[in-house]
Write a protein of this length. Structure first.
Length: 332
């Protein structure tokens, strides 16, 4: 009888220790709240945190490129007790000192979507293979162009950003043009056939202005690469105003629900679909694991990419619009 009581007491103590474990605190720093891509990333993190019983703190920069805002967010999260911080860095190099200060206090830092420069500055990296995403849309544009000589405009992110460089250079590679490799953060701007390059910052209005300027520079453009689907929407608006919307191939990267609908409507020929919800949920799960066991995530995890096109082309593997809408940004 005394033995049973003793065992019961031990079980009660053990259960009490489990229940007394502090709730894991995880920070998520996105680039901006105005970009639907990062809104979906936030949704993925919130859902996984609720599922796993973690406390999630979310912050963002005011605009894409707001490193100071991200640094402040990281410092505030460390002060609030976050032991894991997930970040989509706006500035791959400038954010590193803040990351190192956080790590020195025992915080695991995981980059989502965009790598740091160097990538080894974070404990782990969950993201699309952006170079592959570029290659896929480059291959599609080349096949769609057929025997025509390419006259290309690129609507890029901004200089020096790894994601912008990888997508741009992958696109050139897929087109069969001279391109830097996947490790380069410099845009391959001297490839044959590229007649105009403009920075869009992933913004529709800037994409429209960039496309208008490129058409003034060379009205014979027949292929447009865009960093993302908002920039593609801006490009399409400019092309439609110029009466060129039917004979110019626009390709892009993101695969958001709105972007896939633009593929179905014929505004975008093809897009490489990525999965921000998956990136975020994996990051939260890694944070909870670190809180429970002390085991850190490490290395690069490819979260997948799928080419979505309204019209399948021989020799280019793609999925249709219905599939793209079912999977857009990791809904399932």
């Amino acid at each position: 009888m005394h033995k049973a009581v003793f065992v019961s007491s031990l079980l009660a103590v053990a259960m009490g220790c489990v229940l007394a474990q502090p709730q894991p605190v995880i920070g998520l720093i996105i680039k901006t709240e105005s970009n639907p891509f990062f809104v979906k990333m936030k949704e993925g993190a919130e859902a996984e945190a609720k599922k796993l019983g973690a406390k999630l703190i979310v912050a963002s920069g005011k605009t894409d490129g707001d490193n100071a805002g991200q640094v402040t967010a990281m410092e505030n999260m460390v002060a609030a007790g976050a032991k894991t911080i997930l970040i989509a860095p706006s500035d791959a190099k400038a954010i590193i000192p803040a990351i190192r200060r956080a790590q020195a206090q025992g915080v695991m830092v995981i980059a989502l979507d965009s790598p740091t420069d160097p990538p080894s500055a974070v404990d782990a990296f969950f993201a699309t293979d952006n170079y592959k995403a570029g290659v896929l849309i480059g291959q599609y544009a080349k096949a769609a162009l057929g025997a025509k000589k390419p006259v290309i405009a690129t609507l890029d992110l901004f200089p020096g950003h790894p994601v912008g460089a990888q997508r741009h250079n992958g696109f050139l590679k897929g087109m069969g043009l001279k391109a830097p490799d996947a490790k380069s953060n410099e845009l391959g701007g001297k490839a044959a056939g590229v007649v105009c390059m403009a920075d869009s910052y992933g913004d529709a209005a800037k994409g429209q202005t960039g496309m208008e300027n490129c058409l003034q520079k060379n009205p014979d453009i027949n292929v447009v690469y865009t960093i993302n689907e908002p920039a593609a929407a801006g490009a399409y608006k400019a092309l439609k105003a110029a009466g060129r919307d039917k004979d110019v191939i626009i390709v892009s990267v993101d695969g958001g629900c709105a972007g896939v609908k633009d593929v179905g409507a014929g505004a975008i020929a093809a897009t490489s679909q990525q999965y921000p919800l998956r990136m975020a949920s994996m990051g939260v799960a890694a944070g909870v694991e670190y809180a429970k066991t002390g085991k850190k995530a490490s290395g690069y995890t490819d979260t997948g990419v799928t080419l979505i096109a309204a019209k399948p082309l021989p020799g280019v593997e793609s999925k249709d619009v219905a599939t793209g809408l079912e999977l857009c940004w990791g809904n399932k």
